[in-house]
Write a protein that binds this ligand. Structure first.
Ligand code: NAD
Length: 487
C-alpha cells in the first residue's frame, strides 16, 4: 500500500522538498507498514513558507469578502466531489475506519469552507452614533496565521483552521501532525484548483521543533494549535511572550451524566459514541460516564451487549466499525492505562485486550474497553487516555454528580442524558465545560462554537466566534464638527 505525495511541503502554489530534513515515516496504523516517507521542514522551508504567506496576504485581504468566500465555497464543492479518495487518505494516515472517514472527515472540512465562505460577507463592524459625529469599527485580518494540527482529525483540523483564517483575509501556514501529514497536502491542491492565489495556504511538515519555529517567527501574528495540554502550555507561553494571538484546542476528561429517567438505548448509544468513535481518539470524549444508581446495572448490561457487537478490524473494509490506534506509542499508552485501571481496583468489565486479527498482526489495535466500579480519584478517571477506554461511575444525586463532574482540571465538554428537560438545562448550566450536549454526544456542527474551559483551551473554533479570533478590531472616530481644542 503506497500513499506517497509529490513532495513533503506545499509552498507558494508548488510542492517542494528539502531532503536534508529529518525523515517522517507515514505508518498505516492497521499494519505498521510505511506507506510514505516525508521530510520535516528545514529552516529554509519554514522561511519560504512564511515569506510566501506574507507576500500573498495583503492583496487577498483587499478582495471583497464575498470574493474570498466564493473561492472557499468552490473548494468545499471540490472536497465533496473528492470525498471518497480523501477518506481513503485519511484512513491510511489515521487508521480510522473508512465508514467514519467517508462521512465525517472531509465532509466536516467542507462544511467549514462552505460556512465561512458564506458567513464572512456579513461579519462586519459596528456603527456608533454620537449625535452628529460617529464612529465605526472595522474587522481586519491579522496577517500571517499558523495552524498546528493534531493527528485524530487531520483534514478537519486543517479545514477548521484555514477556512476562518482565509475567509477573514489572512494567509496561513499549516503544520499537520507528524503522524498524519498527508491530507493537508490534498487540501492545498484543492484550494489551488478552486482559485486560491499561491502563498495563501502553505503546508509545512515537521515535528514539534517546526511548530515551535513557526509559532515564534516574527512575521507570524497568530497561532492556532490543536493538541495536548502540555503542548498547549508551551505554545501559549511562547505566543504570550511574543504578544501573538493564540487559540488553543486541547485535551479533556469530560463527564457524561446519565440520569435514571434517560432513554436507555439513547444513553448507551451516546456513551458509546462518546468513547469508541475514532477508536476513542477524540478530544471531547465523555470518558467519565456517571450513571445514576437506579439505572446503573441495566445500563451496564445493555452497554456490554452493544459493545460486544462492535466490529473491529480492517479499517478499509466498509463493515468495520473500529480501527486501530494511531501508533505504537499510543498503543502502549492505552494498554498501560488498562493495567493501571486494574491495579487501582476498578473492575475490567469488558475488553482490555489486543484482538488477534489475521493479516493485521503489526497493527495497533485494542478492544473497546469498559471499566466499572471506578472512583473519582483513580488515574483512569482523572487523566486523558485517548483510546477506547470508558470509565463508568455511579452517582446518587444531582448536586453530587455536578460537583464530581467539575472536579477536574479540564473543561472541554460535558453531556447530560435525561427526559427531565428543566433538569438537563440546570445541570448543563452548572458544568464547567465549553462544548456541551443534552441527550446526544460529540456532534460538532460548524455553526456552533467549539472549545474548552479551564486547561482545555482558550478561544473557539467554528461559528462566527472563529472569525472573531482570526481578526482584529479597528475603531475609527469620525468628527463632523469642529475640534474642541483648549490650546
Ligand atoms: P500533541 O500536543 O503531541 O501535538 C499537537 C501538535 O503540536 C503536533 O502537530 C505537534 O507536532 C505539535 N507540537 C508539539 N510540540 C510543539 C511545540 N513545542 N511547539 C509547537 N508545536 C508543537 O498532540 P497530539 O498527540 O497530536 O494530539 C492529541 C491531543 O490533542 C489530545 O490531548 C487531544 O485531546 C487533543 N485534541 C484536542 C482537540 C480540540 O479541539 N480541543 C482536538 C483534537 C485533539
Amino acid at each position: 500500500m503506497k500513499a506517497q505525495p509529490q513532495a513533503s511541503h506545499y509552498i507558494n502554489g508548488s510542492f517542494v522538498d528539502d531532503e536534508r530534513g529529518k525523515p517522517i515515516p507515514v505508518i498505516y496504523p492497521a499494519t505498521g507498514e510505511i506507506v510514505a516517507t516525508l521530510h520535516s521542514a528545514t529552516e529554509n522551508i519554514v522561511e519560504l513558507a512564511v515569506e510566501a504567506a506574507r507576500e500573498a496576504q495583503p492583496a487577498w485581504a483587499r478582495l471583497k469578502p464575498v470574493e474570498r468566500g466564493r473561492v472557499l465555497r468552490r473548494a468545499a464543492d471540490i472536497l465533496r466531489a473528492r470525498n471518497d479518495e480523501l477518506a481513503r487518505i485519511e484512513t491510511l494516515d489515521t487508521g480510522k475506519a473508512i465508514q467514519e472517514t467517508l462521512v465525517a472527515d472531509p465532509a466536516s472540512a467542507a462544511d467549514a469552507l462552505e460556512f465561512f465562505g458564506g458567513a464572512v460577507a456579513s461579519f462586519n463592524g459596528d456603527y456608533v452614533d454620537f449625535g452628529g459625529s460617529f464612529a465605526y469599527t472595522r474587522r481586519e485580518p491579522l496577517g500571517v496565521c499558523v495552524g498546528i494540527g493534531a493527528w485524530n482529525y487531520p483534514i478537519q483540523g486543517a479545514g477548521w483552521k484555514s477556512a476562518p483564517a482565509l475567509a477573514m483575509g489572512n494567509a496561513m501556514v499549516f503544520k499537520p501532525s507528524e503522524n498524519t501529514p498527508l491530507s493537508a497536502l490534498a487540501l492545498a491542491e484543492i484550494y489551488a484548483e478552486a482559485g486560491l492565489p499561491a502563498g495563501l495556504f502553505n503546508v509545512v511538515q515537521g515535528y514539534g521543533d517546526v511548530g515551535h519555529a513557526l509559532a515564534s517567527h516574527p512575521v507570524v501574528a497568530k497561532v492556532s494549535l490543536t493538541g495536548s495540554v502540555p503542548t498547549g502550555r508551551k505554545v501559549l507561553g511562547l505566543a504570550g511572550s511574543l504578544m501573538k494571538h493564540a487559540t488553543m484546542e486541547l485535551g479533556g476528561k469530560s463527564p457524561l451524566i446519565i440520569f435514571d429517567d434517560a432513554d436507555i438505548e439513547n444513553a448507551v448509544g451516546g456513551a458509546m459514541l462518546a468513547n469508541f468513535y475514532s477508536t476513542g481518539q477524540v478530544c471531547s470524549n465523555g470518558t467519565r460516564v456517571f450513571v445514576q444508581e437506579g439505572l446503573h446495572d441495566r445500563f451496564v448490561d445493555r452497554l456490554t451487549e452493544r459493545t460486544k457487537a462492535i466490529r473491529i478490524g480492517d479499517p478499509l473494509d466498509p463493515d468495520t466499525q473500529m480501527g486501530p490506534l494511531i501508533n505504537k506509542a499510543q498503543h502502549e499508552k492505552v494498554l498501560s492505562y488498562i493495567t493501571i485501571g486494574k491495579e487501582e481496583g476498578a473492575t475490567l468489565h469488558y475488553g482490555g485486550a489486543v484482538p488477534s486479527l489475521q493479516g493485521f498482526e503489526g497493527g495497533f489495535f485494542v478492544e473497546p474497553t469498559i471499566f466499572t466500579d471506578v472512583s473519582d480519584g483513580m488515574r483512569i478517571a482523572r487523566e486523558e487516555i485517548f483510546g477506547p477506554v470508558m470509565s463508568v461511575l455511579r452517582f446518587a444525586s444531582e448536586d453530587e454528580v455536578v460537583t464530581r463532574a467539575n472536579d477536574t482540571e479540564y473543561g472541554l465538554s460535558a453531556g447530560v442524558f435525561t427526559r427531565d428537560l428543566p433538569r438537563a438545562h440546570r445541570v448543563i448550566a452548572e458544568l464547567q465545560a465549553g462544548s456541551c450536549w443534552i441527550n446526544n454526544y460529540n456532534l460538532a456542527p460548524v455553526e456552533i462554537p467549539f472549545g474548552g474551559y479551564k486547561q482545555s483551551g482558550i478561544g473557539r473554533e467554528n461559528s462566527l466566534a472563529a472569525l472573531d479570533h482570526y481578526s482584529q478590531l479597528k475603531s475609527v472616530y469620525v468628527e463632523t464638527g469642529d475640534v474642541a481644542s483648549p490650546y
